[in-house]
Design a protein around this ligand. Structure first.
Ligand code: ADP
Ligand code: MG
Length: 331
């Protein structure tokens, strides 16, 4: 059956019926606004991301469950990058009328499943028919004690730059898809079903182990550029230090130019942060505890701009924000 038969309120009811209650949510789906209590001493964080068919995803490459999960993860990733705690979600949907119920249910199951994993509850949204493609506009609200907020602007020269996890796999998967090939499962998952580094972001904030932080959505160079601009410092990073997964290294051995995907590919959803050198032992302990890679990729310097040393130790020539020959083809 197509969604047209369910009607707007049928669809909303279908969503509402799956959402549980929670003490801090005085009003959830069903009134004009949701009403949510924040823990004493915490302030509100709000972030929104759009996922548009043909721009951010293609229906033939992703399944609806992963799409729902991804729309939550990319939002929660922004909360993680502040050190915050996600609490509620608002889900705006533009739905083509020919979309099937099965697809709708898979999308909602993906959203609700990922939301539960990150501790967020769906408390509202809007549901409209789209005459174009599928559109998902997700807003996450979270909270944090104001003194713990980690901005983009706190980095100081002399500090080190760290990233979590590994870089470039999502972009490598996309490159395979664009070339008409099927990426290996693990690669495809990094692209279609990314994980937000929420526990890491919160722990870094609580322990004050990050002076500035950003999540990597547009590619390391572009996002690092934002952090440097906001902080008024420059950086030197080394290609040889970038954390790369075995599958990525294998591809890189065959085609050295793929390093561009780790530097500028985008959609890694890892965290990038700065910390003073003295934080290194605490960061190593945190990485072990969370079982997540934490890698120093360079240092912050007085001279403005970004210098990237290639595998031969020579500076790569790149012009920020450029070096994205990839400048994001659709999906
Ligand atoms: P209004 O017309 O007052 O904006 P709607 O009729 O659009 O209200 O929505 C009714 C209720 O259903 C609201 O509480 C709204 O937040 C919720 N809602 C609508 N669409 C969604 C959705 N896609 N996901 C979650 N809640 C939704
Ligand atoms: Mg409405």
């Amino acid at each position: 059956m197509s969604l047209a038969a369910c009607g707007e309120f049928g669809l909303i009811e279908r969503i509402r019926a799956q959402v549980r209650e929670r003490d801090d949510v005085l009003l959830g789906i069903g009134d004009d606004c949701c009403a949510v209590r924040l823990p004493p001493g915490e302030i509100l964080l709000t972030t929104t991301d759009l996922l548009l068919e043909g721009v951010h995803f293609r229906r033939e490459w992703t399944d609806f469950h992963s799409l729902g999960r991804k729309s939550v993860a990319v939002n929660v990733s922004d909360v993680a990058a502040m050190g915050g705690i996600p609490r509620t979600l608002s889900l705006g949907l533009g739905l083509p009328a020919e979309l099937g119920e099965t697809e709708f249910d898979a999308l909602i199951a993906g959203v609700l499943g990922a939301a539960a994993e990150y501790g967020a509850l769906l408390t509202g949204g809007d549901t409209c028919r789209s005459r174009g493609g599928l559109m998902i506009a997700l807003t996450v609200q979270g909270s944090i004690r104001p003194e713990l907020i980690v901005r983009r602007s706190g980095a100081r020269c002399g500090e080190r730059l760290y990233v979590s996890g590994t870089l470039g796999e999502s972009a490598l998967a996309l490159r395979e898809l664009l070339a008409g090939r099927t990426p290996a499962d693990a690669l495809a998952r990094r692209h279609h079903d990314p994980q937000a580094r929420l526990a890491l972001g919160q722990r870094l904030a609580e322990a004050r182990l990050a002076t500035a932080m950003i999540d990597l959505s547009d590619g390391l160079l572009a996002d690092l550029g934002h952090l440097l601009d906001a902080s008024g410092v420059g950086a030197r990073i080394e290609a040889a230090a970038l954390p790369l997964a075995p599958a990525f290294r294998a591809a890189l051995a065959l085609d050295p130019s793929l390093i561009e995907l780790a530097l500028a590919g985008g959609e890694d959803y890892e965290l990038l942060w700065s910390a003073p050198a003295e934080a290194a032992p605490a960061l190593a302990r945190l990485a072990a505890e969370l079982d997540l890679g934490v890698t120093c990729i360079g240092t912050l310097v007085v001279a403005p701009g970004l210098e990237v040393l290639g595998f031969d130790g020579q500076p790569l020539r790149l012009t920020r924000p450029g070096f994205n020959h990839f400048s994001s083809p659709a999906e």
